[in-house]
Design a binder for this molecule. Structure first.
Ligand SMILES: Nc1ncnc2c1ncn2[C@@H]1O[C@H](COP(=O)(O)OP(=O)(O)O)[C@@H](O)[C@H]1O
Ligand SMILES: O=c1ccn([C@@H]2O[C@H](COP(=O)(O)OP(=O)(O)O)[C@@H](O)[C@H]2O)c(=O)[nH]1
Length: 244
């Protein structure tokens, strides 16, 4: 039975969970196949070189911390060779496409909750393929342990290298101010006070543990994003440029 806050009954969830595992198997197969083919065909760009294993930087931080702004600046520098993939943008595009997932995605976004991992991993996969690039800034993902597990299952065997997670650290009051300002023109259903409160709870409870996980692995780079866009960009670029 459907309710305002749940997008599916427990039966639907169970059936979705089993199809999720099947799709994860497909994702895994895809990453290995796709990128081994790329190596053979030497057909992808890599900031000048071709044929290398794809490299990813996850860009994490709370809502309004500046992830999209900073990723766009790096992607503008063509010589660096990065494709900017915003998980949120991909989800909003899928919702706007009117696909069968649209209603479910809309509910999760409205509630500031995290969309089931296999949906997001599938959208990222397609976007990576379409980009023709082999360096990726993945903006706003992984947001919880399920996201990370699904990503790792789909890239098992080293098909994709995660260089590090870049954490844009910003006080919640500043993030809230920025999003309220963005909400004046963004048209986003979640750029309002009520949704921001929910998104901040999700960030604290679900995404912070992922940031801590990358820290524990020695794979976290941190930037204070409570500075001007230009000041943040200098530090972000320094971390990106340090990748071999
Ligand atoms: N360093 C900054 N100082 C002030 N405003 C910023 C800064 N970085 C981003 N913004 C603004 O704050 C809002 C949120 O930034 P955005 O990059 O969309 O954040 P996120 O992708 O993390 O949600 C945007 O309107 C953006 O122009
Ligand atoms: O990997 C992701 C990325 C985004 N979202 C959803 O999309 C919303 C907006 O995310 P986005 O990164 O665009 O916004 P930000 O939090 O950076 O402002 C989030 O609150 C989630 O509901 C999600 O479920 N999984």
């Amino acid at each position: 039975m459907r309710c305002g806050k749940c997008w599916a009954s427990s039966e639907q969830r169970r059936s979705q969970a089993s199809s999720s595992w099947r799709s994860l198997e497909n994702e895994r197969a895809w990453f290995s196949l796709r990128f081994s083919q790329q190596k053979k065909s030497r057909g992808v760009s890599n900031g000048g070189s071709v044929g290398a294993t794809p490299h990813v930087v996850f860009v994490l931080g709370g809502p309004g911390s500046g992830k999209g702004t900073q990723c766009a600046l790096i992607a503008e520098e063509e010589a660096l060779g990065y494709a900017h993939l915003s998980a949120g943008d991909l989800l909003r595009a899928e919702r706007n496409s009117g696909s069968e997932l649209a209603g479910m995605i809309n509910e999760f976004i409205r509630e500031g909750k995290i969309v089931p991992a296999e949906v997001t991993v599938g959208l990222l996969r397609k976007a990576m393929e379409k980009s023709g690039k082999s360096r990726f800034l993945i903006d706003g993902f992984p947001r919880n342990p399920d996201n990370l597990a699904a990503w790792e299952a789909s890239t098992a065997g080293g098909a994709v290298v995660v260089d590090f997670a870049l954490f844009l650290d910003c006080p919640e009051e500043i993030m809230t101010e920025r999003i309220m300002e963005r909400g004046r023109s963004s048209g986003r259903i979640d750029d309002n006070e009520e949704a921001i409160r929910k998104r901040l709870v999700t960030y604290r409870e679900s995404t912070m543990p992922i940031i801590k996980e990358f820290e524990a692995r020695g794979k976290l780079r941190e930037v204070n994003s409570d500075q001007t866009i230009e000041e943040v960009a200098v530090e972000v670029r320094r971390h990106i440029s340090a990748i071999a």
